[in-house]
Write a protein that binds this ligand. Structure first.
Ligand code: ACO
Length: 311
């Protein structure tokens, strides 16, 4: 690639100009964005499954309405993101194929089971809380379509986080038994939520380049620390204990220091061997197969209309 083109591109990025789909961009920039945006889209789509599991078992009409809306939002986020990826020259079919064949990555967090109703609250509070921490900076991503999609996505994520926390607050104030369910959910979701931010900075192979291109604005460890600092006081407000004996507040730095993350567990889940990986992909494949007639019918309808117009 031409050195002058590369320099001009970097200058635009440095000047905080948005890069749009028809602008010249280095091939590696395009590839990085297709990778990140498609993984993000897959995460939204697979992320509907753990919670979808509880729609029919929500305890009240109000809770059911909120959960239904949230899961639908996630479907919408997936669709925006696939559209943003398509502006980079890949097709939605290709990306779907990568997900269903097990080639594509999606967030590790969605490979854990939702065992009780408290898990629905924990997902909103922790998983969507972590997602917001990671996605607010993406609203300033150098690639225009991704950054604009993130603005609406973040507004919706913020509602998801609040409904989760409010649900847990109500449970914690209701009875000892319910509070124990919440504590159990926190014990199971805390560490996987920290893993959502990705490998530590020393092991993150893409961070340096993505920061230089202003796709990422903070490193994985920076965002993880921000999340811990924001979330620990929220846990204390609920009257809960974080499942980390090494957690302590550092008066000098003003940050909560946390214990060692189990990176082996992380690698295992990312490699496809977490508690629910197989179940998640099976559910997506089943949905894809069962939706085949809808895709065929809409193509046939489009074809019929085209023929009629040409006739
Ligand atoms: N789960 C699965 N894979 C992960 C995770 C995770 N939690 N964290 C990192 N990885 C993967 C990366 O995708 C990358 O894989 P690849 O090289 O095969 O593509 C590899 O581990 C190395 O990680 P990094 O070099 O740190 O990768 P990157 O710079 O892309 O940072 C991050 C990872 C922070 C997840 C980034 O891609 C990102 O911000 N993505 C957008 C947000 C997103 O996808 N959120 C999904 C969950 S939130 C939700 O959907 C509600």
């Amino acid at each position: 690639e031409d050195a002058a083109l590369l320099a001009a591109f970097q200058a635009r990025v440095d000047a905080e100009e948005k890069i749009e789909p028809n602008d010249w961009m280095p091939e590696a920039y395009r590839k990085t964005l297709v990778r990140q945006i498609s993984q993000h889209a897959h995460s939204e789509i697979v992320g509907m499954l753990p919670e979808g599991n509880w729609i029919s078992r929500a305890p009240t009409l109000k809770r059911k309405a909120a959960l239904l809306a949230k899961v639908q939002d996630e479907g919408g986020h997936g669709l925006y993101l696939y559209s943003a990826a398509e502006t980079l020259g890949v097709s939605r079919e290709e990306l779907t194929e990568q997900l269903l064949s097990g080639k594509a990555k999606y967030s590790s967090i969605f490979n854990y089971p939702t065992l009780t109703w408290a898990d629905i609250g924990a997902i909103g509070w922790l998983v969507d809380g972590a997602a917001i921490m990671n996605q607010i900076p993406l609203c300033r991503c150098s690639f225009g379509p991704y950054s604009r999609a993130m603005i609406r996505v973040c507004k919706e994520e913020s509602f998801h986080q609040r409904q989760g926390y409010e649900l847990l607050l109500e449970m914690c104030r209701s009875s000892e038994e319910q509070k124990e369910m919440v504590q159990d959910a926190l014990n199971r979701w805390w560490w996987p939520s920290l893993m959502m931010f990705g490998p530590s900075d020393t092991d993150s192979k893409h961070s340096a380049q993505s920061m230089a291109w202003k796709i990422k604005r903070f490193t994985n460890d920076e965002l993880r620390q921000k999340f811990v600092d924001a979330t620990v006081p929220q846990a204390h407000y609920l009257g809960l204990t974080l499942p980390d004996p090494d957690l302590k507040f550092n008066e000098e730095t003003g940050h909560w220091e946390y214990g060692e993350i189990d990176w082996e567990e992380f690698s295992r889940v990312v490699a496809g061997n977490g508690p629910c990986n197989r179940e998640r992909l099976d559910a997506r494949r089943k949905a894809w197969d069962e939706g085949a007639w809808v895709r065929e019918a809409s193509l046939a309808y489009a074809e019929k209309r085209r023929n009629r117009r040409e006739a």
